[in-house]
Design a protein around this ligand. Structure first.
Ligand code: AMP
Length: 185
């Protein structure tokens, strides 16, 4: 199974992805984690991406498509994976669809997690990451609305999405998510 997890920043995509990966034996691929690690290790990717991440803007499609192409072509990905933080733009989604088709992935599922905006801001500003101050958080919300909501609509029209309410306990939400993913399997 290949899972794409969508939702605004702060909705719990990372936490839910980890749990889903554990329960369903999938590999968790977080582009945010890949980038933060690259920044920490001061790799060429990290040096390029650092200021962009800290401003709350998006790293270029060209770079991110390259990152994901390399990551999902590894042999161990044949076990199935969950993409967290990618695709974030329509261009990324279209490129990803091509990659998945080439890899003959025929069990792709898209989950969308939502919670009310005031709850998101509360959660994000409490998280303490470097890109989590109020100004950056609001910027990331705007970018999400402009660039990533169209990705959700793309999949809603293309293949349908599984919608989950992300307001509540982590484990309860996870039970719902896993149930939706495995329904009919
Ligand atoms: P995340 O941990 O998913 O919230 O990502 C943290 C930051 O990394 C984002 O605010 C972006 O600056 C960058 N980033 C992560 N994934 C992508 C992506 N698919 N496209 C562009 N930028 C990304």
């Amino acid at each position: 199974m290949q899972v794409i997890i969508l939702g605004p920043p702060g909705v719990g995509k990372g936490t839910q992805s980890q749990l889903i990966a554990q329960k369903l034996g999938l590999i968790h691929l977080s582009t945010g984690e890949i980038l933060r690690k690259a920044v920490e290790d001061k790799t060429p990717l990290g040096l390029k991406a650092k200021a962009v991440i800290e401003s709350g803007a998006l790293v270029s499609d060209e770079i991110m498509i390259g990152v994901i192409k390399e990551a999902i072509s590894k042999d161990e990905m044949a076990a199935g994976f969950i993409l967290d933080g990618f695709p974030r733009t329509l261009k990324q989604a279209i490129e990803l669809d091509k990659m998945l088709a080439e890899m003959k992935c025929n069990d792709v599922k898209v989950i969308y997690i939502s919670v009310p905006k005031d709850e998101l801001i509360k959660r994000l500003t409490a998280r303490g990451r470097k890109d989590d101050n109020l100004e950056t958080v609001l910027h990331r919300m705007e970018i999400y609305k402009e660039q990533t909501v169209p990705v959700r609509e793309h999949y809603r029209n293309k293949s349908g999405i599984l919608e989950v309410n992300g307001f509540g306990g982590i484990d309860d939400i996870n039970v719902n998510v896993v149930e939706l993913l495995t329904l009919g399997n």
